[in-house]
Ligand binder design. Sequence first.
Ligand SMILES: NC(=O)c1ccc[n+]([C@@H]2O[C@H](COP(=O)([O-])OP(=O)(O)OC[C@H]3O[C@@H](n4cnc5c(N)ncnc54)[C@H](O)[C@@H]3O)[C@@H](O)[C@H]2O)c1
Length: 325
Amino acid sequence: MKVLVVGGAGYIGSHTVYELIRAGHECIVFDNLSTGYKDFVHPNAKFYFGDVRNYKDLENVLKKEENISCVMHFAAKIIVPESVSIPLEYYSNNVEGVRVLLEIVRDFKIKHFVFSSTAAVYGEPETGICLEDNILNPINPYGETKLACEKMIKWASEAYNFTYIIFRYFNVAGADSSLKIGLFKDQITHLIPIAVQAAIGIREELLIYGNDYPTKDGTCIRDYIHVSDLAKAHVSAAIYLEEKNKSETMNLGSSNGYSVLEVADTVNNISSIKYRFTSRRAGDPAILMADSSKARRLLNFKPLFSLEDMIKSDIAFRRNYKCNK
Ligand SMILES: NC(=O)c1ccc[n+]([C@@H]2O[C@H](COP(=O)([O-])OP(=O)(O)OC[C@H]3O[C@@H](n4cnc5c(N)ncnc54)[C@H](O)[C@@H]3O)[C@@H](O)[C@H]2O)c1
């Protein structure tokens, strides 16, 4: 299958390209390199530079590349606190980007669309376990932009006759076994890479926000998934769309909950870190976990990597890539 991967030079997009190519598919990567890297693009993928909000940039690709049957869309701004301070840039990049890309899907009659959404669309669910048909109530502009995109994709798919899979990711971590790609960003906001930075001396200590939550050890519980498990789910999604031609929305998480303290202790067992408790942050629910049974049922999705694997591969990638950020 020939797949256009928008945002394929970024963290999750580049891992998906690696898995698509390993599975024998052809990949075209489109990216403006705002947070991605040219050297993250698989050597066997063709690269086009451009902005997803610019119809002409995309049209140029589709005029040259025939027989693209699936578009996977990873390009977005993704930092929650930043989305609160510059919401309009988030609406521009995330929502306008999807709108223009869907015009391309319509005009070039592309059959299938895979979209990266997020657990942030759920907001603060009462039970802490997210099911796809829960009430969606985002509590920040990032989550709102992703929800707006989900709705736009659904309406466009009815009008323009393509099918889609919307994936809602939980906390993604780890690096590809090649150690050529991994999480490499100026602003790291996720727990595992922050803890790893503390372990390898890039950061002095890990701050743990709150130890008085109603959980087993008082720290928040989250669902972590290895980026390669997540990437492989996209390969399955492309095949599912091709075979069933049916649209779906699915959570992607491991459905194993780990507390912040458990993550810190697991990192500490691999490479010692200092951590310190501080007060709770606003908007952090005690528990946020995926029910991924739908993806298990429809895509045979079975995460293979453990929390320890995610941490070890992140450390190995950072050492290999010499990313002292
Ligand atoms: N990383 C996570 O833990 C996580 C969790 C939930 C959802 N997601 C979603 O997954 C997707 C990928 O996230 P990521 O962590 O790989 O982010 P990333 O920043 O590493 O990758 C995004 C890529 O898109 C490109 N891009 C951004 N805006 C663009 C534009 N206007 N035109 C062309 N290219 C553009 C960037 O250069 C980058 O290569 C995002 O949609 C994000 O919302 C990520």
